[in-house]
Structure formats: structure tokens, C-alpha cells
Design a protein around this ligand. Sequence first.
Ligand code: HEM
Length: 179
Amino acid sequence: MNARGDVNNNILQWVVNQADKGTFDDIDMANMCRNMLGAGSETTANAMAWTMSFLVSKPSTLITLRKELDDAFRGSSQKPLPLETLKRLPYLDAVLHEALRLRSVASQVWRESEKDTELSVRDDEGNLKTFIIPAGTMAYIPIAAVQTSLKVLFGANEFYPERWLSDSGKDTEEEVFQF
Ligand code: HEM
């Protein structure tokens, strides 16, 4: 709890608390607010909107997810559900992964190679090909293209959250990209 009696249970409150403690100055505060508006709000708002849109278009998925959430709410005294509980809901996790896979709100990232780098990949026939990427090369990583590639995933154009679940119903560790 901070000096004003507010409970520190969200990221914005945490930032305000740092200012109260003197850990952040005005410039830090401005940067944090820019981050949250630019990097934080649009991304999460788009992710939520696309997830809702997929759920509405696939009622069987919506019913399964509602059941998992109803059970979690019934089993918890805390509302909203704490992050630790949410992390243990495999179907919710799979639904969010699948929505972000099909509609990646950050559709690309770039990386610059710091040193000459050897990269080996297999072509469509399975032959290994080696490329040298010189230091200073900018590499464009097309997240959206890879995540929806039929070469990478079976039924890649379909909204199918079950692809992220193992046979036991637990979520898998598989991720094409972190986001
Ligand atoms: C669905 C939600 C989100 C998605 C899909 C997303 C996606 C991404 C991606 C792809 C990157 C670039 C990573 C890279 O180049 O390696 C990134 C960076 C970043 N994101 Fe997010 N993001 C999300 C939510 C948020 C939220 C809620 C915040 C803050 C409250 C945030 C803050 C940042 C910051 C500060 C960076 C830069 C990190 C760095 O340069 O080290 N993001 N995000």
C-alpha cells in the first residue's frame, strides 16, 4: 500500500509508487507512460479484440473456455483471479496463443548481427544450406508470415487452440515465437 492508501496491484500503480519513493524522476515517469500507451495498450487491446472475435465465430471453443473459467472462479476466493491462477489455465493459454498466432499484433521484429554468423537451414527438399550473414546485417523477422505459414503448421489458417495442448489437456512448451 502506498502513502495515499492505494493498493499496489497493477503496473500503473507500481509506477506511481516508484515516483512516491523517489526511485523514478519525471523523465522516467514520462518514458514509462509512453511505453504503456504505445507498447502496452494497443497491443493488449488488439489481442483482446481479436480473441473475442475468434471466440464469437467458434462457439464450441467459447463453451470450453467458459467452463474452464467458471471452474476457476468457483475454486478461488480471490476476484479478479490472481495471475498465478490464470497461468494455470491451459485452455485460456491455448486460446490466447492461437489468437496471437493468427493475428500477431506485433507482426515483425528486426535484429542486427553483431558478428559474421553462419546460419544453416533445410530447403523444401530437406537439403542443408549454409549462409554467411555478415556483421552489421539487419535481419527482418516476419512473425506473422511464419506463424501462419502452411509449411510450418498444419491447418495454419484455422483457429484451432487445441494445437497448443498436449493429449493430456496441459499446455505444451511449443512456441513459434515468444509473442
Ligand atoms: C499482447 C500483448 C503484447 C504483445 C503481442 C507485445 C509484443 C511485443 C514485441 C513483439 C516486442 C519486440 C520484442 C523484440 O524485439 O524482441 C515487444 C517489446 C516491448 N514491449 Fe510488448 N507486447 C505486448 C504487451 C506489452 C505490454 C502490456 C507492455 C507494457 C506494459 C509492453 C512493453 C514492451 C516494451 C517496453 C518493449 C521493448 C522491450 C525492449 O526493447 O527490451 N508490451 N512487445
